[in-house]
Design a protein around this ligand. Structure first.
Ligand code: SF4
Length: 940
């Protein structure tokens, strides 16, 4: 027998060159090495030096190669020639497209800027798009946060000056128990996978709380299949158990939270329920040494959590007493909530005991001295190694804001925030809520808005209301309906514009937001709103400009299309001014740059905005002589200064050696490219934990330009800004809610977290609609972004409705069956599949897999269009009428977050139709249809 083997090159050269940039196949922003061969993308791998992914690449990231070669890429600017919704367009030049845009936008800016509504989807340049909208002068700007996870962001920032995901992370190196709530697999993809790998290798425990056991919950050591919308009730019961057992960190509460701060107890005062302050505005605590109030930051004060202060016949009590009184009530006992949450009382007690055991009996000590903001020196860092992570599952409910607040209160009571083993902030967080801007809505024709659009209100005076009390914004953000809508309400823009409520607009300008399909509630209704005409035969929403890189469903509903590039063909910055890529122990930012040039007549959307800004004479985009200030977005990234020395990128400033602060450096982008596409600056050891109170961290943050002066603060177990809204509802002050909202504001703006049933429960008959219906996001598909991707479609080309055993058996379902699913709003008929690891009253499906025929250059018979479906058809932006003459929005009443997951349905077996219902006629594709087989081979 011959022993010779054929000569095979086992390590063929993959590429001629490697270009390092940032992935954009989801929002995690991993570093990637793009291997180039013959000038084309040959292969994508993870960048091992990158702070986010350290070389790890997911299925989506490696499939980027099919994203940049997708047949659905738009090729040139388009002008609508058929009726809206038909998909009939003609290609035009960029000059023509920009002239049309300017001819629409210029008169609006000069006469009535609020007639422009400019909303963007899940893009990563909001500090830039926000600046553009501000200089246009319209109050109508926001990104996608209102329909995504603003409850999580706002709940965190109002409670502890930071939140999960982009704002913070578990201390993966030290945590011993991680509890995740409502975490879907696509959000925080590689970082959480790497973190889970790390802690599981160490033997740490993971508890997953989610009605659905997929992804991260499937690898958790313990799965808690909670009833949707009851997480807040469960968390408050855990708090009850911990308080009852005395298993809370009193020292931490005294030093770093407003637990000891005195609350005004004078019921006759317009300040009743606000925190007591001295004449310098400093919060007062009761000093145990003197029995008298003293400023909270006095280094010698010994705060008393148990005492009360009596003055002028009024007793003032510390926050902690109000908190303990509320949550020690038997209403929060495990036995009182068990049935509703779907978790036994015994199990709730067991989980509370486990949290306490790990926090207090497995305490970590790190031998690292540090000094707090009071000047007190500590010789070590004490860790409570319990950490939490949460996502949309708990926040996309009408009780989501208070649920997120409850979770943070639980973390704080355990003393497990910003300590070793706990939850840690990522720069530029922590940042106290008072250090954020407030929202602005002051319009002057021809001039910029009076400040940034989005921010954090401190009380009714900060609401965006006109003089007559009507909403200043088209989405009604920052009104009594949703006072703390920190990310706007994108899901209400189209329906409000259509209704002319609060006013009519002229032009709707959107970017990367598939609003006629998977990004909208009431999808059929939205298609109608976008195409309806008034009595004059004009479209009710007169003009729509849309920018996207792909032929998504929304394209067909626009009048003018500005085609964007793919992520490998563009400049971008992942900025500290926006949503950066920092880690808990480092500040970091990154760029994208054109590793390939577009082969189509497309332009990066941000560069188009730079051009439009100059053509419209917007101050941020023109020099004094009226000439364009920036050549394109790359020029803006390098030379824009938000304030002197602070620009979009923190690295390689000045002569190239300056970090955080420094003059613009014309070579900055080259330096980023040389460095692998990112910049990272590590936090000194003595500043790594206790960041909100750590002098060394505060000084480091000022040096990096994150703050202008140190900003130490106390965590807000009690959220005073909420109390100001309650006071208004109780009849105090000049700005009070309208009568129909008074009771609701009193209830939901409680400064201590509360739980109330999801609103849909009170608007439909739970006996008629007994089943909860949810979506999850798969690991391999980020919303609809992977829809056109030839590799990823093979993983998720269709989506059954997953049905738990109880409902499966009750309906006599068998594999291959179909079901009719009906909500108070609509009905769908879809394929079903059995899943045992599921809350017994919940059905679910993957999000955004179903497609409209004709979109994304897919075959009209593609499984996404025939077997795939959307749950969106069952959800309305307004709740069903309940006989009070009102139509309430399907949103959280504090922030306005879209309450996607409040949905209740009934389910019954149905004859199999030809395709999923409802089925819509095909829309014409402006880019034709892709080939049946798509292959990509570079080199020989
Ligand atoms: S996790 Fe997201 S950013 Fe990272 S490689 Fe995957 S798709 Fe790209």
């Amino acid at each position: 027998m011959a022993h010779t083997q054929p000569a095979i090159d086992l390590s063929p050269k993959v590429s001629d060159e490697i270009r390092k940039t940032t992935c954009y196949m989801c929002a995690c922003r991993c570093g990637i090495n793009v291997h180039m061969k013959d000038g084309k993308v040959a292969y994508i791998e993870g960048n091992r030096d990158h702070p986010v992914n350290k070389g790890v690449l997911c299925a989506k990231g490696s499939a980027g190669i099919m994203q940049v070669n997708a047949p659905s890429r738009l090729r040139a600017p388009l002008k609508r020639v058929g009726p809206r919704g038909s998909g009939e367009f003609e290609e035009i030049t960029w000059d023509e497209a920009l002239e049309i845009a300017v001819s629409w936008l210029k008169p609006i800016r000069e006469n009535d800027p609020e007639k422009l509504a400019f909303f963007t989807g899940r893009d990563q340049s909001q500090s830039f798009t926000g600046l553009w909208a501000q200089h246009f002068g319209t109050p109508n700007f926001a990104a996608h946060g209102g329909f995504c996870s603003v409850n999580m962001a706002a709940g965190g920032i109002y409670t502890m000056g930071g939140a999960f995901w982009e704002f913070g992370q578990p201390d993966w190196d030290h945590t011993k128990l991680l509890m995740i709530f409502g975490v879907a697999e696509d959000h925080d993809s590689n970082p959480i996978k790497m973190g889970l790998g790390k802690i599981k290798a160490r033997g740490a425990k993971v508890i997953g709380v989610n009605p659905i056991r997929s992804g991260y919950n499937a690898v958790a050591d313990e799965w808690v299949g909670i009833t949707p919308g009851t997480d807040g009730l469960f968390i408050l019961s855990l708090i009850h158990c911990l308080l009852k057992a005395g298993r809370i960190d009193l020292d931490y509460l005294r030093r770093y939270t407003n637990a000891p701060v005195l609350v005004n107890g004078d019921e006759s005062s317009p300040e009743h329920g606000l925190l007591l302050r001295d004449e310098d505005g400093k919060m007062l605590v009761l000093d145990r040494r003197t029995g008298k109030p003293a400023p909270f930051d006095d280094p010698d004060v010994v705060p008393d959590l148990a005492g009360t202060w009596r003055k002028a016949g009024v007793t003032h009590r510390p926050v902690f007493q109000l908190l303990a009184e509320r949550y020690l009530s038997e209403d929060h006992a495990p036995e009182a909530v068990a049935e509703r949450v779907g978790i036994s009382a015994k199990r709730i007690r067991h989980i509370a005991a486990e949290l306490a055991r790990v926090a207090f009996e497995e305490e970590i000590e790190i031998d690292q001295p540090w000094t707090d903001f009071r000047g007190v020196k500590h010789d070590k860092m004490i860790g409570r190694p319990v950490s939490f992570h949460a996502m949309r599952g708990i926040s996309a409910h009408s009780n989501g804001f208070q649920t997120c607040r409850a979770l943070h209160v639980l973390q704080i009571l355990l003393g497990s925030v910003e300590v070793p083993g706990g939850f840690r902030f990522k720069p530029p967080y922590p940042k106290p809520v008072a250090a954020h801007p407030k929202p602005h809505c002051g319009v002057t024709p021809g001039k910029p808005l009076d400040g940034p659009h989005l921010g954090y209100v401190q009380g009714p005076d900060d609401l965006c209301l006109k003089d007559d009390g009507s909403p200043a914004r088209i989405d009604k953000a920052y009104t009594w309906e949703n006072p703390m809508s920190a990310h706007g309400l994108m899901h209400m823009v189209i329906s409000n514009a259509y209704a002319g409520d609060p006013y009519k607009i002229d032009t709707l300008f959107m970017y990367m937001a598939n609003m006629s399909w998977n990004s909208s509630m009431n999808t059929s209704g939205v298609m109608k709103m976008l195409t309806d005409k008034d009595e004059n035969g004009d479209y009710v929403i007169p003009r729509i400009i849309y920018s996207d890189a792909y032929s998504s469903e929304m394209v067909a509903y626009a009048d003018l299309i500005l085609p964007d590039t793919t992520y490998l063909e563009r400049h971008d910055c992942i900025s500290l001014l926006d949503r950066p890529i920092c880690e808990a122990d480092a500040a970091a930012d990154a760029i994208r740059w054109p590793v390939i040039e577009p082969d189509r007549d497309v332009r990066g959307f941000q560069s188009v905005l730079v051009d439009l800004g100059a053509r419209l004479g917007m101050p941020a985009f023109v020099n004094e002589d009226g000439s364009a200030k920036y050549k394109d977005y790359a020029d803006y990234i390098v030379n824009h200064e938000r304030k002197p020395g602070i620009g979009p990128l923190a690295g390689f400033r000045g002569d190239g050696s300056e970090k955080g602060r420094g003059a613009p450096n014309p070579d900055q982008l080259d330096r980023y490219i040389e460095n692998g596409g990112f910049f990272v600056e590590h936090i000194p050891d003595e500043a790594l934990y206790y960041k909100p109170w750590n002098q060394a961290y505060q000084d480091w943050a000022v040096g990096m330009g994150l703050y202008d002066s140190p900003q130490p603060y106390l965590f807000s177990l009690y959220a005073e800004p909420m109390r100001r809204f309650q006071l208004a509802a109780e009849g105090h002050g000049d700005r009070q809610p309208p009568e129909h909202l008074r009771e609701r504001v009193k209830t939901v703006m409680d400064p201590l977290p509360i739980w109330y049933p999801p609103f849909e429960d009170g608007h439909v008959d739970p006996e008629e609609f007994p089943v909860h219906a949810l979506t999850q996001r798969p690991m391999a598909m980020y919303h609809s972004w992977g829809t056109q991707n030839a590799w990823l479609r093979q993983l998720h080309g269709r989506n059954p409705l997953y049905v738990p055993t109880k409902i499966w058996e009750a309906n006599g379902f068998a594999e291959g069956d179909w079901a009719r699913v009906t909500s108070a709003h609509g009905s769908i008929t879809v394929p079903v599949a059995h899943m045992a690891a599921l809350n017994e009253n919940t059905v679910w499906t993957w999000n955004a897999i179903g497609k409209r025929k004709g979109a994304w250059a897919l075959d009209e018979h593609a499984p996404e269009a025939t077997k795939g479906f959307l749950l969106n058809h069952l959800i309305h932006e307004l709740l069903p009428p309940k006989g009070d003459g009102m139509r309430w929005t399907n949103s959280d009443p504090v922030t306005g977050q879209a309450a996607w997951f409040d949905l209740r349905v009934k389910i019954e077996k149905a004859a199999a139709p030809e395709e999923s219902q409802p089925a819509y006629p095909a829309i014409k594709s402006p880019v034709g249809q892709g080939p049946a087989n798509l292959a990509w081979k570079v080199g020989k």
